[in-house]
Design a protein around this ligand. Structure first.
Ligand code: NAP
Length: 270
């Protein structure tokens, strides 16, 4: 299938490693020019170098940007630099790190505010910065996509991740609202909900569980895998393939969807 991504421009946030990096690499392999951002210059520069090597793309088609997505001015500047460098923007992938673990009453209001800034408000800032350019892309070549990274916890909360459960649900509501709002302009808006996927974030969560329960990493991973219909942990490439399809020209009639990539962990019927 030709995904129609050649010479499109994508901006992928939270992309120095993990799911964001995997999405950026897959989009680059499909022919996109890719801007990728994270908070740390050394990490995002190294990621851009890896991406050029692994996706075999020329230097001038990969743009590493230092941007903390909770900083609205930095988000605006990063999006503008992407458009100035590549001449437009077709695909926005919103993403950031995950909030700390904790049950609903173990965390306080300051923690909730921080999580909302990190995962919900950052998503809104990125969309607001990108929308003028996405409207132009939709009008010019009918290819404008927003994909928001959330979590399986948005559909089926994880008791020890109250901050994530709360902030991600807000993103789901925003995505559904935005899809209706910008649909008439030809922009699609979808969310991708990863389940347990092998990244540094998962190792951090395993460390928290180990500190609490004394379980080994293998036992923790087995517990996670047992929750899935497919009894294993996911790989970042499996997540990235779904993001890339939703970013593609072939997904032009898919909008407002919350797509789990979770090995069947979510047990809701619809
Ligand atoms: N992996 C899973 O199993 C899983 C499951 C469900 C949901 N999720 C969620 O999916 C998202 C990505 O997960 P992941 O596993 O790839 O996490 P990860 O391995 O911790 O990577 C997070 C990435 O985001 C960047 N980042 C963190 N805070 C940022 C900020 N404020 N501004 C810009 N970049 C930022 C980090 O780079 P710098 O440190 O260089 O900034 C890094 O590149 C997270 O929100 C996570 O909670 C993951």
């Amino acid at each position: 299938m030709d995904l129609g991504l050649t010479d499109r421009t994508a901006f992928v946030a939270g992309a120095s490693k993990g799911l964001g990096y995997a999405a950026a690499r897959e989009l680059a392999q499909e022919g996109c020019r890719v801007a990728l951002c994270s908070r740390n210059e050394a990490r995002i520069t190294a990621a851009a170098d890896d991406l050029r090597d692994e996706a075999d793309v020329p230097d001038d088609r990969v743009l590493p940007l230092v941007c903390d997505v909770t900083d609205e001015a930095a988000v605006q500047a990063a999006v503008e630099e992407t458009v100035d460098t590549f001449g437009g923007l077709n695909v926005l992938v919103t993403n950031a790190g995950g909030p700390p673990s904790g049950a609903a009453t173990d965390v306080d209001r300051a923690d909730y505010r921080e999580a909302v800034e990190l995962n919900l408000m950052s998503t809104i800032s990125m969309c607001e910065a990108a929308l003028p350019h996405l409207r132009t892309a939709a009008a010019e070549d009918d290819h404008a996509r927003i994909i928001m990274v959330t979590s399986v916890s948005a559909k089926q909360p994880i008791p020890t991740l109250a901050l994530s459960n709360t902030a991600r649900a807000g993103v789901q509501g925003y995505a559904k609202s935005l899809a209706d709002d910008v649909g008439p302009s030809g922009i699609t808006v979808n969310t991708v909900l990863p389940g347990y996927t092998r990244t540094a974030r998962l190792e951090d969560l395993a460390d928290d569980i180990q500190a609490e329960t004394g379980q080994s990493y293998d036992e923790i991973e087995a517990d996670w895998a047992d929750q899935n219909a497919l009894p294993r942990i996911g790989e970042p490439e499996e997540f990235a393939a779904t993001v890339t399809f939703l970013a593609s020209a072939r997904a032009g009639y898919v909008t407002g969807v919350a797509m789990p990539v979770d090995g069947g962990r979510s047990k809701h019927v619809l």
